[in-house]
Every structure is written in structure tokens, then in C-alpha cells.
Design a protein. Structure first.
Length: 272
């Protein structure tokens, strides 16, 4: 009889011990899951180009889920050439985050800074850079494309950028000829010569080393509102963006960002 009582007491202790462990593990798992959920993660996105905001639009929803809704606010700015079409948006799998500013006669540039998610909150930070006055009134907009797998409450945060009066445009001797060899995916390199002129026009000559002949294109260029980056305008090709620095120009990616890492130095053209 004592043996049964001892065995019963032992089973009771073991059950209590196992129960405590299970409860502890469950609490630990819940805590880890909560911590994981509240971590801030960077969200991948694409910048949509070649769209314009319609004149009758006064306010934009921060999130647009369908093409029908998107076309209420935006039109397509298609130009000639292979890369002249607007960035495709698959509204079955993607949605759009869009921001704008009030119509103004000043040059205003919007650029994405970051897109992150913390818990159920999706936070989009972007810069607003204001330049000089123009002879016309316009409204600038910025559109980014996000996967519908990323769900949450959209929060947009504009960050005003103050333009330095002493910029490349008015402080550097930028007009002249620049030369160098840019990286090439399927050749030895692209020998590139760019002539920038005071009247806002340019000449660019490129040659794919090891194949092909020289190709020369002329056109006009424009400065960004910071007076630091110029865009070579050509209706037949994607805009060609260059950052002007002392004695050189740096080729930027399609979104106007600097190429980083070990290959960054290969994207500079030196002034002759």
C-alpha cells in the first residue's frame, strides 16, 4: 500500500515538473515570436518610372491596389525606344505606394529613402528637395511598387532636404570633355566620351570594346534640384544620370543612386 502511495506521489511530482517546463517553453516561444514580429525588416520595392499624375488630382491614397484605381490618378508617359515604356505593374501580385506634393512653380524632386516593416506597420520614408522657381506650375509624384505578400498599415514620411547653395552646378568648372571605360556585361568595356556644354547640350560617344563601331548621340541635359546630378535626355533611351564631382563625372544607376562596393571606382569618367 505504501508502494502505491509513493508511486502516486512520484507521478504527481513528475507531472507538475513536465507541466512547468511546457508552460515555460510556451511562454518562451510566445516571447520569441512577439520579438520576431516586432523586428524592423527592410522591404524590397521598385520605383515606377514614366507615369505622370493627372491635372485634376489633388490628393493621393497612400496605397493603390488595382489598375482601375491607379488609372484614376496616373497616366502613362510612353516615349519612343525599347526602354520608353512605363514600368510594368502586375496588380494581381503587386500594389503601389504613391506620394505627391502640392502644385508649385518650384522645382521639386521626390526620392525614396527607405521602406521598412515593423509588426503590422509599413513605413515609407522619402526625401523632398526643393529647388529654384520655374515659369510654370507642376505637381511632382513618386510611385513605388511593392509585393502584395507584404501587408500592413502604410505610413509615409516626407523628409525635407535643404539644398546647398554651393553645389556642383555653380561652384565647379563642369563644362568640358570626360573620358573613360565603363563596365560591360558582355564585352571588354564601353569606351565612353561625354562632352558637356554651357548651353545645356551634350555629345556622348560610346564604343563596345572588342565589337561594334562607335556610336555618337547628341541631346540636352538637365540638372536635378540639388545642382549635383545631371540627366542626359534622349527620347530613344533610358535617362542617363551622372553625378558631377571635382574633375570627374560618376555614372549612376537608373534610379539615380551611386554604384557601391569594389566596382564603384569603375563608373567614373575623368575630365580631359
Amino acid at each position: 500500500m505504501r508502494g502505491f502511495k509513493f508511486l502516486g506521489a512520484l507521478l504527481l511530482v513528475v507531472s507538475a515538473f513536465v507541466g512547468c517546463n511546457l508552460s515555460s517553453n510556451k511562454s518562451k516561444d510566445t516571447k520569441e515570436e512577439t520579438t520576431k514580429t516586432n523586428e524592423t525588416v527592410t522591404v524590397t520595392y521598385k520605383v515606377a518610372s514614366r507615369y505622370f499624375i493627372k491635372n485634376n488630382v489633388t490628393k493621393l491614397p497612400s496605397k493603390i491596389n488595382s489598375r482601375e484605381e491607379f488609372e484614376k490618378y496616373f497616366g502613362a508617359a510612353t516615349v519612343m525606344g525599347e526602354d520608353g515604356k512605363p514600368t510594368p505593374i502586375d496588380f494581381e501580385k503587386e500594389y503601389v505606394i504613391a506620394v505627391t506634393v502640392e502644385a508649385s512653380n518650384k522645382l521639386i524632386e521626390l526620392q525614396p529613402i527607405s521602406l521598412t516593416k515593423t509588426g503590422e506597420e509599413i513605413n515609407f520614408d522619402y526625401s523632398v528637395t526643393e529647388g529654384g522657381e520655374t515659369s510654370y506650375t507642376s505637381r511632382t509624384a513618386l510611385v513605388i511598387i511593392v509585393s502584395k505578400k507584404i501587408e500592413g498599415n502604410i505610413n509615409v514620411k516626407p523628409i525635407k532636404v535643404v539644398v546647398d547653395e554651393h553645389n556642383a552646378k555653380n561652384s565647379l568648372d563642369w563644362n568640358g570633355e570626360y573620358e573613360g571605360v565603363l563596365p560591360c556585361a558582355d564585352c571588354e568595356g564601353i569606351k565612353t566620351t561625354i562632352q558637356l556644354k554651357d548651353n545645356g547640350t551634350y555629345t556622348i560617344t560610346t564604343k563596345y570594346l572588342g565589337k561594334g563601331e562607335e556610336d555618337t548621340v547628341e541631346g540636352s541635359f538637365k540638372w536635378d534640384v540639388t545642382g549635383t546630378v545631371i540627366t542626359l535626355l534622349n527620347d530613344e533611351k533610358e535617362p542617363y544620370k551622372l553625378k558631377v564631382v571635382e574633375g570627374a563625372i560618376q555614372k549612376l544607376d537608373i534610379e539615380g543612386k551611386e554604384i557601391t562596393g569594389e566596382i564603384a571606382k569603375l563608373y567614373f569618367l575623368q575630365k580631359k
